[in-house]
Design a protein around this ligand. Structure first.
Ligand SMILES: Nc1ncnc2c1ncn2[C@@H]1O[C@H](COP(=O)(O)OP(=O)(O)OP(=O)(O)O)[C@@H](O)[C@H]1O
Ligand SMILES: [Mg+2]
Length: 1348
């Protein structure tokens, strides 16, 4: 497409209007604009879908890289006529959606041909229509172009009449993808030319009074010979059961200044050789091989081939992949091939030789090789012998040639040496394939030459040529053949561009009319990339071949190509890192490159390019064939020197063929037929819109249409215009310049009234008009001339003197009109139409006989007139009925197609449903709906077939055998039940109801899926929360403590979460819910477990502490001699500790906690009692001490007041310490908190954990953060429960406070003083002996181990 846009400006005034929205599945869908806001158009389709199309987004043609291109929105103008628009130049809205709509509409009405400018679009109907019969040929012959509906016959007629008028060569290029109908269209056009040329020649001969030979004409013989090349050059492929595997330019040569075809020529291009030796799965080899097998089996294959071929096609290696084609009887086709050869004059020995050569190729495939030392040997002798004998060569020489390789190498001193080496079995097999391919392709060339020998006349003066050429190919892997095929199409597109687009532009420029050239597509750079000397891709390939054995191939060759063209915008380097992919989606490799063709980007894979291009058979094998005793084989393998001197490579040969072909087309007046494959399933009445649109774009139809529509498509040279419309010449005007005269004519009042000056332009030599102007001018002229014509006619009739004859003639003409109307509209099959017409014919013949009896003739005439009028009415009524039926059928089909696409969408939804049961249910609903739709469609087509087949049977049309057979078959299937449209409507409504039901089912399922999605999200959140809660359990701590139960519970909970995660993928929420609840319960359990184990741990720690404290208290009791007061408490405490230990492993941790608390309380109680006892004892000691101190003081004062003795100072230096310290154990709650209840909800609110998160709590203080179990810090109390200060104050000893503090601090020291210490102190203080003795006594009272 030259341009892509959204068509027109969109504004709020468009709301409510119709539009087209591009859609990947349906190309374009009808919709209604619902809003236009901020550059975004919202449209709603009939199926309820809404689309927001952003007008700002750039639109590009979809590339293979693009997943889904942005949507495009175009205005929709509904078609106003029942039959659509015949020439799309006249479409009111000219854009691809309306073009597609028009084509689709016409296709549904079985109107398969549509014109667009200079192109004829031919839709493949995949059913035989009654529009090719002799009566239709008669109708188109001599009819002015455009006066009848578009047809391939009209193009043929145009070529035929142009040749007669202009004497310029004419050409028709028929393009399209495989299976689009090129070959059938070619055959139909050739048939038309053969028929009209014969009729015209007969008429001319009659006029000249000469006689014509009665046998078949050359053209007829050429048409009849067609099955021959189809047998040898066509094969069943996945895309077409009769696919032409070669290009063909067929020429009909015309005698100078005559309409007689006196010769013809066929030029063949690029036969697909590799098919001879290998075929893809589901595809066949060339038809001829299967025909030979079938004929041999039926005993009708003549000569040696008949004896050689035994067994059917599945037993031969070269044909075993696939052996049959639907509706094709190979045995019958063989008869057609023999008849075709007969049309060429090939009979007897020559015929046998052809079949022998083909059979030899076939049998060569069955030869097998085995290892023999370093080389190979034949392991299946019989096929080799058969092949050698069929080829007319020695079996041993052939075997030796295949098993060896002979090379001519340069020896010393420039002398050439012949070196012979042994082939491995693989090499021998490859060589055998090469021989088979070479022999078959040479045989094919020979057959073409032979046909040309039969038809070619050297004195050809003018010709009409029809090119049936393979369309663009983009296969899974594009190799050597695709490069040539696509190069050809690129060249043809260039011819098309040049002839249509550039001619338009040049013409506008030449004629001095403003014209925008920039919209022309130009593919010249792409062609140069492929073919320009010296570095065009094909040229590089060719020059590589000339390097002989050192030539590079594959990645190396591509590296050269990349180097030469990397900068070209039409070329892209591919490789493993490239974003491009091959057609099958696989990655590109180093041996790949990409070319941007006009039809799209294509990745080529270069392997064996050089070998395929070289295409040379080893000389030693060639020589064996050359020496054949068979003259046909000899002719196929002529003198080797001759061949070699030409240095022919495939590329070289092909490029020169292509150059000569394009030159021929440029020199001729060329018209284009674009065949469109309507669907890949080969189904009648089925249109795959995206595929059709892509073909229209690729074939340049859209671009051509836009260019033509942009300007003034109708142009008439001034002289011609002046002659044609001289009725408009102004009275008395003496203008001689035709341009001025034309201008004056266009201002004629009648013309100016209806044709505004903006509707035409005055060029230098032509008048340029908008498409409808010419028609307007003709009707104005006719209206002006009509009275004169009437007068002239009357004068003429009178001059003839035979009004009756005239009337009879007119009756005859009316009858013919009625008959051809009936024929062309396909109602001549209806019995009452046929009867009425036949009755008129009989009456006309009768009236003609009465021409000399005026009275009777007048009577016969009046009844004849009445009959003809009645017959015409009958025809009209039948046509109307048929058109009405077609219209209704088209409507029904449109509804069915629409419903099918809805089903397709539902299937996509079904594929996306998680629940297999839902997906299955929806698919079943689709299958059911599609089944009903299919039944409706089949019924409609069957009913339509009643019209078509009846007409076909009567029309005696030419057409492919398979189609006729299909037509007959469907005749048999026509239901006898004559249902009305209402019945069919009812059935269709039922089918549509099923679609609607399936749609509502899909809605429910989608809703269910949405709810499930939501529930899944909630479940997921619940599981995440559970995981978080689980994470706070300090598992490592428990492991260190050797408590397995907690880690086990955690593992169990994790497993439960994991299991629940797995269930999330399920499609039923109940099990998911159960699994999630389980997981939550497991987590709660693990948390409760962790908490109770933490309590148990703390209780055990408390018990340990109790034991330690009991030991300490016991020690203190014994030391202090408090057994009597404290002993029982101690024993009680110990018992409680023991009791608590006894329940340490109790599953109910509360019991342990209670027991531990009792023990702690008992121990604390014992501690307190001990403290009290000790305090009491200390008080007594202090009293004694005070007494002692008083004595010292008095002594001191008596000894001149030296203050506190030294020992007392020493003893009072430390900090005051409690005499007995009870380490209080932590308090524990009486009851362990109950485990958190299992949350009944699906979504848990994360309960506040009693445990501190691992990263917050220090591992060894698990209870630190637990409010219920805060450990109380042990409080140290001063000895005796009162302070020294209070004591000093009570004793009024403030004067000695410092010393007493020192002493009190060291009371322990005093208590521990030995005799030696006391003596040392007494000596130091210079105590008198008595004082020393008293001091020691005081010490003894304090409990120190002294002996006073
Ligand atoms: N005008 C037609 N009317 C009915 N059926 C047709 C018509 N043209 C083609 N067909 C059907 O389409 C089939 C394929 O047509 P044809 O062999 O002409 O395709 P092609 O374009 O030549 O393909 P290829 O490139 O593979 O040779 C025919 O066998 C026939 O069934
Ligand atoms: Mg073909």
């Amino acid at each position: 497409m030259s341009k892509m846009n959204h068509s027109t400006q969109w504004s709020s005034s468009d709301v409510g209007g119709l539009c087209w929205v591009s859609d990947p599945a349906q190309a374009y869908i009808e919709a209604r604009v619902t809003s236009v806001e901020k550059g975004v158009v919202r449209a709603e389709a009939s199926d309820g879908r809404t689309f927001d199309v952003d007008l700002q987004l750039p639109l590009k043609p979809p590339s293979r890289k693009q997943k889904e291109p942005p949507r495009r929105i175009l205005q929709r103008v509904p078609l106003t006529t029942n039959n659509g628009v015949e020439n799309m130049d006249n479409l009111q809205s000219l854009q691809e959606a309306s073009i597609l709509d028009n084509i689709q509409h016409r296709f549904r009405m079985d109107l398969i041909y549509t014109n667009t400018g200079p192109i004829l679009i031919a839709m493949n109907p995949f059913k035989w229509l009654p529009i090719y019969g002799d009566d239709v040929i008669g109708r188109y012959h001599n009819a002015p172009y455009g006066s009848l509906p578009p047809h391939c016959f009209q193009e043929a007629e145009d070529a035929f009449s142009s040749l007669q008028k202009t004497r310029r060569n004419q050409a028709v290029v028929i393009c399209g993808e495989s299976g689009a109908g090129k070959t059938e269209t070619t055959k139909l056009m050739l048939h038309y030319l053969a028929v009209v040329s014969k009729r015209q020649s007969a008429r001319d001969a009659k006029l000249k009074g000469t006689t014509q030979s009665t046998g078949p004409t050359i053209a007829e013989r050429m048409v009849a010979s067609n099955p021959l090349l189809e047998a040898f050059g066509n094969a069943k492929t996945l895309r077409n059961d009769n696919s032409s595997r070669f290009g063909k330019f067929t020429r009909f040569d015309f005698e100078r200044n005559s309409s007689t075809i006196n010769g013809g020529h066929i030029e063949n291009l690029l036969l697909e050789k590799v098919r001879v030796v290998e075929q893809s799965s589901g595809e066949r080899n060339y038809h001829i091989f299967y025909q030979l097998c079938a004929a041999a089996k039926a005993g009708k294959l003549p000569g040696q081939a008949g004896k050689a071929l035994t067994g059917d096609a599945s037993t031969h290696i070269y044909s075993k992949t696939c052996t049959s084609v639907d509706d094709m009887d190979d045995s019958e086709e063989f008869d057609a091939t023999v008849a075709a050869l007969d049309a060429l004059g090939v009979k007897g020995a020559e015929l046998e030789a052809i079949f022998r050569a083909a059979a030899a190729v076939y049998v060569l495939g069955d030869v097998e090789f085995a290892e023999d030392g370093d080389g190979s040997k034949i392991s299946t002798q019989a096929p080799l012998d058969t092949a050698a004998s069929l080829l007319g060569v020695s079996s041993s020489k052939l075997a030796q040639a295949l098993c060896t390789r002979v090379r001519d190498v340069a020896g010393e001193g420039g002398v050439r040496d012949i070196v012979t080496t042994q082939n491995t079995p693989e090499e021998a097999s490859t060589l055998r394939h090469a021989l088979a391919k070479a022999t078959f392709s040479r045989l094919f060339d020979w057959l073409v030459q032979r046909a040309n020998k039969a038809f070619d006349k050297s004195d050809q003066s003018q010709f009409i040529g029809i090119l049936d050429i393979f369309g663009f190919e983009d296969m899974a892997t594009n190799g050597f053949e695709q490069v040539f095929i696509n190069t050809t199409n690129e060249q043809l597109q260039k011819v098309f561009n040049d002839l249509v687009f550039e001619a338009e532009a040049e013409e506008y420029t030449r004629e001095g009319i403003d014209w925008d050239k920039t919209c022309f597509p130009d593919n010249t750079p792409c062609i140069e990339l492929l073919t320009k000397r010296p570095i065009g891709i094909l040229r590089l390939l060719d020059s590589e071949c000339s390097r002989g054995f050192v030539a590079s191939d594959g990645a190396k060759l591509v590296a050269k190509v990349n180097k030469a063209h990397a900068s070209s915008p039409f070329f892209e380097v591919c490789g493993p890192a490239s974003v491009w992919r091959r057609k099958d989606g696989s990655r590109t490799e180093d041996a790949d490159f990409l070319v941007h063709h006009f039809a799209g980007p294509i990745v080529y894979t270069v392997s064996s390019f050089v070998e395929k291009n070289r295409d040379a058979l080893f000389p030693h094998v060639y020589d064996v064939l050359h020496a054949s005793s068979d003259s046909l084989i000899q002719a196929c393998f002529p003198e080797r020197e001759e061949v070699q001197s030409k240095k022919e490579t495939v590329a070289n040969k092909y490029l020169s063929q292509l150059a000569s072909l394009t030159a021929t087309l440029r020199e001729s007046s060329t018209r284009f037929v674009r065949c469109i494959k309507t669907n890949s399933e080969k189904q009648p009445q089925k249109l795959d819109k995206p595929a059709v649109l892509s073909q229209l774009v690729c074939s340049g139809v859209m671009a051509a249409l836009e260019v033509r529509r942009a300007g003034f498509p109708t142009r008439v040279p001034y002289r011609e215009f002046v002659r044609e419309f001289r009725a408009f010449t102004p009275r008395g005007a003496a203008i001689t310049d035709p341009k001025q005269l034309a201008h004056a004519m266009m201002r004629h009042p009648h013309v100016a009234e209806r044709v505004p000056s903006s509707a035409y332009r005055l060029g230098a030599s032509k008048l340029f008009m908008q498409s409808e102007v010419l028609y307007q001018l003709q009707s104005i002229r006719n209206a002006m001339l009509y009275p004169f014509v009437r007068r002239l006619q009357r004068w003429w009739v009178k001059l003839q003197g035979s009004i009756l004859q005239r009337k009879l003639k007119r009756c005859g003409a009316d009858l013919r009109d009625a008959s051809s109307e009936a024929a062309i509209k396909g109602v001549n099959c209806v019995a009452f139409v046929r009867d009425a017409l036949q009755k008129c014919e009989a009456s006309l013949a009768k009236a003609n006989l009465l021409i000399n009896k005026p009275a009777e003739a007048a009577e016969a005439l009046s009844s004849l007139r009445a009959e003809i009028a009645k017959a015409t009415e009958i025809v009209k009524a039948a046509v109307q009925k048929k058109e009405e039926a077609y219209r209704i059928r088209a409507e029904f089909l449109a509804e069915i197609d629409d419903a099918y696409s809805r089903c397709k969408a539902l299937r996509t939804i079904a594929n996306g449903l998680y629940a297999p049961r839902d997906a299955e249910g929806l698919t079943d609903a689709c299958v059911d709906a599609e089944g009903k739709l299919g039944a409706c469609r089949t019924e409609l087509l069957t009913v339509a077939a009643q019209w078509d087949q009846g007409a076909l049977a009567l029309s005696g049309s030419q057409g492919p055998h398979s189609l006729r057979k299909g037509a007959m078959q469907s005749m048999k299937n026509i239901s006898s039940k004559q249902d009305t449209h209402e019945h069919r409507r009812a059935r269709l409504d039922t089918a549509l109801k099923s679609v609607r039901e399936a749609e509502s089912l899909s809605q429910k399922m989608l809703e269910r899926q949405r709810l499930l999605d939501e529930a899944r999200r909630e479940f997921q959140a619940a599981l995440d929360a559970a995981s978080e809660r689980l994470a706070i359990i300090p598992v490592e701590q428990f492991i260190i403590q050797g408590i397995r139960a907690v880690p086990d519970a955690v593992v169990e909970a994790r497993d439960a979460i994991y299991e629940a995660q797995k269930t999330l993928q399920g499609s039923d929420s109940a099990p998911i819910k159960e699994a999630v609840t389980n997981a939550q319960a497991s987590v709660d359990k693990a948390l409760a477990r962790a908490e109770s184990e933490a309590l148990r741990l703390r209780a055990m720690t408390d018990l340990d502490e109790c034991e330690k404290t009991l030991v300490q208290i016991g020690h203190e009791v014994r030391e202090g001699g408090f057994e009597e007061r404290i002993g029982d408490l101690l024993t009680h405490g110990e018992k409680l500790v023991q009791d608590a230990r006894a329940v340490a492993d109790a599953p109910d941790v509360a019991t342990l906690v209670r027991a531990a608390r009792g023990a702690v309380d008992a121990v604390n109680h014992a501690g307190e009692q001990l403290e009290k006892a000790q305090a009491q004892k200390r008080a007594e000691e202090k009293a004694r001490f005070n007494k002692l101190l008083g004595r010292f003081q008095r002594m001191d004062e008596a000894n001149s007041g030296r203050g506190v003795p030294k020992f007392a100072r020493k003893a009072g230096g430390g900090v005051q310490k409690p005499l007995f310290k009870v380490k209080r154990v932590s308090t524990v709650p009486v009851e362990a908190p109950p485990p958190p209840p299992v949350q009944p909800r699906i979504i848990p609110k994360a309960p506040k954990s009693p445990l501190t998160p691992r990263n917050v709590s220090p591992p060894d203080t698990p209870a630190a953060a637990t409010p219920a179990t805060v450990t109380k810090t042990s409080v140290q109390t001063p000895a005796g429960g009162h302070t020294l200060d209070s004591w000093i104050a009570a004793k009024n000893l403030g004067k000695y406070a410092t010393q007493l503090h020192d002493l009190a601090g060291d009371l322990h020291d005093l208590q521990e003083m030995t005799d030696a210490d006391a003596d040392e102190l007494a000596q130091e203080c210079a105590m008198p002996k008595l004082a020393a003795r008293r001091f020691k006594k005081a010490l003894l009272e304090l409990g120190a181990p002294v002996h006073p």
